[in-house]
Design a protein around this ligand. Structure first.
Ligand SMILES: [Zn+2]
Ligand SMILES: [Zn+2]
Length: 345
């Protein structure tokens, strides 16, 4: 860390702050406020030789995030026309949501992968059906209707955080991507979000890794209808690819930039193997629905529709991987139509 400074906005108890920290490689970290449980998402600013900037992952579209960005620009003595480009690592609202607003303010170009943009359209575009198809999936896997209703309302609450949506240019993932006047290698990995792109600068070993690898937090890996049918396998393949790079410092989407990137990727791989073993042992007691497994794994830690949605999707991702590895099988639905999983020996 080179220097840190804290900006404050507003004067009441809902005071918002945008903390900025300068790191090596000319990377400026901006901590943008977001909803609990994460509370903050990292945006990064890189400055080009002409003084114009690229913003990586602007944050969710919330009033407090708008205020934070206005304060950041004032503090840096920049006007909106200095924002040349906005890069979005993946389509989740906490990273992508503010891109359209920032594009409207700056006229900057918004970059993401074509696959990530397809996910954004499927999740939030006109005719998006995730708020129907995900609840239907959860019902088939045994989640009670009243819990599903909470998830449905939660999904609908995201729309405002991703509106307006940006005009998007697609990152050519086969070519170096110029960021802050330097060439970075785009690396696409899935599992957390299809089309998720990390940017790696081989000369310095720095990587902007979004939510592909996070310190302290295990990135959510969830099964979602119409998306990747094998998200855990994809996620683990991505971790193996990323861990083999010579990363000296990683700049993640949440928490603090960190070293020990390969070790962190290894620990996430171990976590998922252990979780697969835990789920496998649960099934040895007899066939269970996805929701029953989710309750056994997460019951004490799930206190909101938000957490329930991610816990259930993650449980289904693990069950899907156990089926792929032939350690479990889906049992034909009984009269109630609920899918059960049974251990295979
Ligand atoms: Zn994410
Ligand atoms: Zn995130």
């Amino acid at each position: 860390m080179v220097s840190g400074k804290r900006l404050r906005e507003g004067g009441d108890s809902s005071m918002q702050q945008a903390e900025m920290t300068s790191w090596e490689g000319g990377i400026l970290q901006v901590s943008v406020p977001m909803d609990p449980p994460l509370r903050q998402v990292n945006s990064y600013i890189l400055t080009g030789p002409d003084g114009r900037i690229t913003v990586v992952d602007p944050g969710p579209h919330k009033p407090e995030a708008e205020l934070a960005w206005q304060a950041v620009l004032a503090e840096l003595d920049l006007t909106w026309d200095k924002v040349r480009e906005i890069v979005v690592t993946h389509h989740h609202p906490d990273h992508y949501g503010l891109a359209g607003w920032m594009q409207a303010a700056s006229g900057g170009r918004v970059w993401m992968t074509e696959r990530a943009h397809a996910e954004a359209r499927m999740s939030w575009g006109t005719g998006a059906s995730l708020n129907e198809t995900l609840p239907q999936l959860f019902l088939r896997h045994g989640m009670p209707e009243e819990t599903v209703q909470g998830v449905r309302e939660h999904l609908e609450s995201f729309l405002i955080q991703v509106t307006p949506q940006p005009e998007v240019s697609y990152i050519d993932t086969a070519a170096p991507f110029v960021l802050g006047g330097r060439a970075w290698r785009p690396l696409t990995t899935g599992g957390h979000a299809p089309g998720h792109v990390s940017l790696y600068e081989a000369a310095s070993g720095l990587i902007l890794c979004g939510d592909a690898v996070l310190p302290q937090i295990s990135p959510n890996v969830g099964l979602q209808p119409g998306s990747d049918p094998q998200p855990l396998r994809t996620f683990m393949e991505g971790l193996r690819e990323l861990r083999s790079l010579g990363v000296t410092r990683a700049f993640p989407g949440h928490r603090v930039p960190f070293t020990g990137f390969a070790e962190r990727a290894d620990s996430l791989l171990r976590h998922h193997e252990e979780r697969l073993d835990t789920v496998s042992r649960l099934l040895e007691g007899g066939p269970l629905s996805g929701f029953a497994v989710c309750q056994a794994l997460f019951r004490s830690r799930v206190s909101s529709a938000h957490q329930m949605r991610f816990a259930m999707s993650e449980t289904l991702a693990h069950l899907t991987e156990l089926v792929r590895r032939e350690r479990a099988a889906e049992v034909e639905p009984a009269g109630d139509g609920i899918i059960l999983y049974a251990a295979l020996n």
